[in-house]
Design a binder for this molecule. Structure first.
Ligand code: SF4
Length: 287
């Protein structure tokens, strides 16, 4: 993977489309994703952003944005401390097209530095959307930030399979490690959300739903046919991913009938429909 630094003048990017009904801004500290060669990189919706790709293969590059703290300071102050007029709302989704806790975060602490900056410039709400349990390492700063803004931690757990059969790529982090991270964060008092997005084949749907019910405050389910940013999953259908599922004997999981059956199981397991969100509406009700 080729890693390079790129300058950034803005880091609070106005939202639209899928996230536009609830969030005002997204934050992505990278272009490309360090997890692009793992299982989630195979179906990743961000791989369709041609502006970020610039002809490169998803998973082959990581552009690291420099100057993001200065950009956050100046954009925040223009929105929240204007010289004239009213302060504007800031509802942030971090991240929409990259991973905020890549392996590099262990040493560079870019996300942590941004969270620390938010202690002096808090948004109205912040949703951290991650595929990794590394977010637990930021527990001290998250507990401080929780007192200053509405803070939700979303961790994707799209299947209970420790691995899908080859040629599917392995997970970057096991589903169990991500569920454990949800448990740890919730036990610390943070609002936690499991995002089963997109839903992949499950070994034991009822047990998976019960495991998540006891680990997080809320769950959001989505399917690539609903949530990949194109009508009826047209983007994902351009990839080999649906055919690989069929070849592996998982054809029913490529249908919305199966998705709605699983949503029903989750609603039963969570005993409260308000704790189960679905697709775009489910994500946008987080902020
Ligand atoms: S972590 Fe998220 S952005 Fe990165 S490859 Fe996986 S799905 Fe895509």
């Amino acid at each position: 993977m080729k890693v390079q630094e790129i300058p950034c003048r803005t880091i609070l990017n106005p939202t639209g489309g899928f996230l536009g009904k609830g969030f005002t801004h997204s934050i992505n500290l990278y272009r490309g994703c360090a997890l692009g060669n793992t299982l989630c990189g195979m179906y990743c919706y961000a791989q369709w952003n041609s502006f970020h790709l610039q002809g490169r293969r998803w998973g082959s590059f990581l552009d690291v944005k420099e100057g993001f703290l200065d950009a956050y300071h100046s954009q925040y102050d223009r929105l929240k401390r204007p010289k004239s007029g009213e302060a504007k709302p800031i509802h942030i989704f971090m991240s929409s097209v990259t991973e905020p806790y890549p392996p590099q975060e262990r040493t560079t602490r870019r996300t942590r530095r941004l969270l620390e900056t938010m202690l002096t410039r808090p948004p109205d709400s912040l949703v951290i959307q991650t595929h990794t349990p590394l977010v637990v390492n930021d527990l001290p700063v998250l507990l401080k930030l929780r007192k200053l803004c509405r803070l939700h931690i979303n961790i994707t757990v799209e299947t209970d399979f420790p691995a899908l059969p080859k040629p599917f790529q392995p997970h970057a982090h096991s589903p169990e490690s991500r569920i454990q991270a949800l448990r740890t964060l919730r036990a610390s008092g943070l609002h936690t959300v499991a995002t089963v997005s997109p839903l992949l084949p499950l070994r034991d749907p009822w047990q998976f739903a019960k495991d998540l019910e006891s680990s997080c405050d809320r769950v959001i389910l989505d399917h690539y046919l609903l949530g990949d940013g194109s009508p009826e999953g047209a983007r994902t259908k351009q990839t080999v991913f649906p055919q690989l599922l069929i070849d592996a004997g998982f054809e029913e999981w490529t249908t919305l009938d199966k998705f709605h059956e699983i949503v029903g199981i989750f609603k039963e397991a969570f005993c409260d429909a308000n704790r189960v969100g679905v697709s775009q509406e489910g994500f946008n009700s987080e902020c």
